[in-house]
Design a protein around this ligand. Structure first.
Ligand code: NAP
Length: 463
């Protein structure tokens, strides 16, 4: 970190941001953009690579969304921002450690764990969380999975959100279509060998309640090697009745209308016997994952809304002959050591970004931003305004926060004393360059990710 003199003759406010995903980096951006309070920001991440979900969540073929990393990069290169990689909050570093080195902490650790469906058979081999599958194709170094059961011809993806559509698309595309993405080479090879032919996307409610958005639906529509099947009767909905007695039609957003239009287009299309088939099944919820050693079927129940708009089963059941079930039913946050946590909402309780204790009082110096603050909703850009709100509260509190006098080198001392092999922004640039070189060697796109800790350690000279 280059310590440049500040315009004001004031000790800079030292802020630690935990997590270098969009929320954390946007928080650092909001802190360094303002000129009222001089700041120094340390962004701590457990990985040696920054950008969180932009790198390990956004689907590899969504290159435009991934391009946001170029904006985030400018923040990491700000002279008053420092990236501290390979350090895990709660294990390597505690809140008490940070009290010695920083005036404030912003937790921006996201929502990294999958929500469960709560049906029997969920733990059978072949029943997979979307978080694991996404981590696999995004090359997350923690992901040990080599085989997801891509030898099954039929699979089910449960959930009607954008992550479910990402997962369906990656399963449906050919390896050739993914070749120019940053997908790790071994993952590309596994996808090339995939025997998956039919993918059922199961939505427990109807087309108007689906959480996915039109651009992602359009991506599916445009796949040349895929027949997308929508049942005409499921999208034959008369929107002129909106606001009437029908619980399904009480609130229909513009986004839902666009989805419905696209789904109708799909329903009208004739199937052409293309190599892969995606079946969108609305009003279908999983009941039991079948199998003894591994998944060999999924029993589902058909659903509807009751007069109050609540989901209920119709009593009609069906068994899908699938060899893999991917649940994509949302992400939830995990508690952080020493930080209040709402185990119902699976978020950190807060008011305007100030962390609240069990009595609803602000915890001095603790702030929260992003998915761990508001839950796993919104797009990447949503985190910008979210983080800015948190930073506004933090800066309002600056006079109080300054009551403590942290030691600017205490963080380095703790890391050195504990013998922790951490890395910095230069280390990330080395990984970045190595990934570009790897892509050139393989004659693939701009970057091909490495997918294991050993590769990172080798590049960082930590092996
Ligand atoms: P999500 O949007 O919350 O969707 C979760 C889906 O799972 C919903 O359809 C939900 O149905 C269903 N579900 C929940 N519990 C279920 C259960 N027990 N059984 C069956 N279905 C169940 O979550 P997500 O797809 O993980 O996405 C998280 C966030 O990331 C979203 O804001 C999303 O837009 C964003 N994202 C954006 C992009 C993009 O912009 N390209 C890509 C990926 C993710 P109900 O509605 O009935 O609860």
């Amino acid at each position: 970190m280059t310590d440049q003199p500040d315009a004001q003759d004031e000790t800079p406010l030292r802020v630690a941001v935990i997590g270098s995903g969009p929320a954390g980096v946007y928080a650092a951006d909001a802190l360094t953009r303002q000129r009222r309070v001089p700041v120094r920001v340390d962004i701590v991440d457990r990985l040696p690579t920054p950008y969180g979900l932009v790198r390990y969540g956004v689907a590899p073929d969504h290159t435009k969304i991934k391009g946001v990393a170029r904006t985030l990069r400018r923040v990491l290169e700000h002279p008053h921002v420092r990236f501290v990689g390979g350090v895990e909050f709660g294990t390597d570093l505690t809140r008490a450690d940070l009290s010695r080195s920083h005036h404030a902490v912003v937790y921006a650790t996201g929502a990294s764990v999958d929500r469960r469906m709560g049906v029997p058979g969920e733990d059978l081999p072949g029943s997979v969380a979307a978080t694991d599958f996404v981590n696999w194709y995004c090359g997350h170094p923690d992901n040990q999975w080599e085989d997801f059961g891509l030898d099954a011809e039929e699979v089910a993806v449960v959930g009607a959100g954008n992550v479910a559509l990402d997962v369906v698309r990656v399963l449906a595309k050919t390896a050739d279509e993914l070749r120019h993405t940053d997908i790790p080479q071994t993952v590309l090879e596994a996808l090339a060998a995939s025997r998956v032919r039919t993918i059922h996307l199961l939505a427990r409610r109807g087309p108007l309640q689906a959480k996915f958005t039109a651009p992602e639906l359009r991506d599916l529509l445009e796949l040349p090697g895929v027949d997308v099947v929508v049942r005409a009767e499921q999208v034959d909905i008369d929107l002129t009745e909106i606001g009437t007695r029908s619980p399904e039609l009480r609130e229909v957003s513009r986004a839902a209308r666009t989805n419905l239009r696209l789904l109708r287009e799909l329903a009208e299309r004739a199937t052409e016997g293309r190599p892969r088939r995606v079946e969108l099944r609305f009003w279908t919820r999983p009941e039991e994952i079948l199998g003894t050693d591994r998944v060999n079927g999924l029993r589902v129940e058909h659903t509807r809304l009751d007069p109050q708009g609540r989901l209920e089963g119709t009593g009609e059941h069906e068994v899908l002959d699938v060899g893999m079930v991917l649940r994509s039913v949302g992400y939830v946050g995990v508690p952080l050591e020493g930080v209040p946590f709402d185990s119902g909402a699976r978020t950190v309780p807060h008011e305007a970004g100030r962390v609240l204790d069990a009595h609803g009082r602000p915890v001095p110096g603790d702030y929260v931003a992003g998915w761990i603050k508001r839950g796993a909703t919104g797009v990447i850009g949503t985190n910008k305004s979210d983080a800015a709100g948190t930073v506004r509260a933090l800066l309002e509190d600056a006079p109080l926060l300054r009551a403590s006098v942290p030691d600017p080198v205490a963080l380095e001392r703790v890391l050195d004393d504990r013998g922790l092999r951490h890395s910095d922004y230069e280390g990330w640039l080395r990984i970045d360059t190595a990934e570009a070189g790897h892509a050139a060697d393989l004659d693939r796109g701009e970057r091909v990710k490495f997918r294991d800790w050993d590769a990172y350690r080798r590049i960082l000279g930590q092996d």
